[in-house]
Design a protein around this ligand. Structure first.
Ligand code: AMP
Length: 294
C-alpha cells in the first residue's frame, strides 16, 4: 500500500470521484467499514491517518494513543483503500498556526462542554483535509454523532464541495462500540465498559416501546448504565442529528449519546433514531482485529 505524507502527493495520485476516510489510525472494523463504504461508491479512496494534537485536551491521552502505520496501511488496503496519507504534525501545523475553525451551536453541549477546544481541533483538521485533498465524499462514523454534526456544519458553512456521509456504529461481540482506545482497558475495565452499550440498548428499547420524553429517557438510560458497570458518566443526551442541539422529545433524526470514563479511558457511544426507529449499529461476529487477530 502506498503511503504519502503531503496533500500534493495525494492529489497527484487521485483520479475520478474521490472518497476520503479521515482517521487517527490504529484501525479497527469500525474504521474499515467506512473504508469499504467509501471504496464501494468512489473511484479512488484515501484514508488519512493523523493523531491530531489540536483535538486532545489531555496530554496523557495524546501520548498513549496507539500508533502503528504499517499495520494500518495493510488493513486499509485490504478494505479497499487506494492510498494512505499520513501527514506529520509539522506539515499540518506549521508554527505559528494562525487560523482555527470554530463552530457555534453544534459544539455548545456534550463533548463541547466536557472537552474545551476539542471541536475547534476537529473542525480545523477536517477543514484542512477537505481543502488539501479535495474529496467529493467524506465518510464518518455515527459513533461520534456530535462530531458528524460539527463536520457537516463546517462543510456547509465553508462551502466545501464535499458530501459528508454518516455510517453505522460497529460494535464488538458484546456490544461495546469499537474504539482504538479499547485496547487500553484491562480485563476488569473492559467488563465495565459494556455498560455503555447495555444502557443505550435499554434506551433503544424504551424509545421503541413509545417513550417520548427526553429527560425520562436519558435518566433511565443513565440508570441502566450505572447498574451495568462501574463507570463515571459525563452525560447522556438526546440530540438533533443535524444540529447536535439537545431536544425535549423523540421525533425526527436524532441520536442518543453517552460519554463515560472507564478506568483510564473515556469512551463515547451513540445510537441513531429516525422518527422513533432506532439504528443500534452492527455487531462483529468474531473478536476484533484490535486484539491481535487478523
Ligand atoms: P478516530 O480514528 O477515532 O478519529 O475515528 C475515525 C472515524 O472512524 C470517525 O469518523 C469515527 O466516527 C469512525 N469510527 C470510530 N469508531 C467507530 C465505530 N465503532 N463504528 C463506526 N465508525 C467508527
Amino acid at each position: 500500500m502506498k503511503i504519502v505524507h503531503t496533500f500534493e502527493e495525494a492529489r497527484d495520485d487521485a483520479r475520478g470521484r474521490l472518497g476520503l476516510v479521515p482517521t487517527m489510525g490504529f484501525l479497527h472494523e469500525g474504521h474499515l467499514s467506512l473504508v469499504e463504504k467509501a471504496a464501494s461508491v468512489s473511484d479512488f479512496t484515501v484514508v488519512t491517518i493523523f493523531v491530531n494534537p489540536l483535538q486532545f485536551s489531555d496530554e496523557g491521552d495524546l501520548e498513549t494513543y496507539p500508533r502503528d502505520l504499517e499495520r494500518d496501511a495493510t488493513l486499509a488496503e485490504a478494505a479497499g483503500a487506494d492510498l494512505v496519507v499520513a501527514p506529520s504534525v509539522a506539515y499540518m501545523y506549521p508554527e505559528p498556526l494562525r487560523t482555527f475553525v470554530t463552530v457555534a451551536g453544534a459544539t455548545a453541549s456534550m463533548e463541547g462542554l466536557h472537552r474545551p477546544g476539542h471541536f475547534e481541533g476537529v473542525a480545523t483538521v477536517v477543514a484542512k483535509l477537505f481543502a488539501g485533498i479535495r474529496p467529493d465524499m467524506a465518510f464518518f462514523g455515527r459513533k461520534d454523532a456530535q462530531q458528524l454534526a460539527v463536520i457537516s456544519t463546517v462543510a456547509q458553512d465553508l462551502s466545501f464541495p464535499v458530501r459528508v456521509v454518516g455510517c453505522p456504529v460497529v460494535r464488538e461481540q458484546d456490544g461495546l462500540a469499537l474504539s482504538s482506545r479499547n485496547i487500553r482497558l484491562d480485563s476488569s475495565h473492559r467488563a465495565d465498559a459494556r455498560a455503555l452499550s447495555i444502557g443505550l440498548m435499554h434506551g433503544a428499547d424504551l424509545i421503541e416501546s413509545g417513550l417520548d420524553d427526553a429527560s425520562e429517557l436519558t435518566h433511565r438510560t443513565a440508570q441502566s448504565i450505572s447498574d451495568a458497570g462501574d463507570v463515571a458518566i459525563d452525560y447522556v443526551e438526546l440530540a438533533d442529528a443535524a444540529t447536535a442541539l439537545p431536544v425535549g422529545n423523540v421525533g425526527g433524526r436524532q441520536f442518543l449519546a453517552v460519554a463515560a470514563r472507564v478506568g483510564p479511558v473515556r469512551l463515547l457511544d451513540s445510537i441513531s433514531i429516525d422518527d422513533g426507529v432506532v439504528d443500534r449499529g452492527l455487531v462483529l461476529s468474531s473478536p476484533s482485529i484490535l486484539y491481535g487477530g487478523s
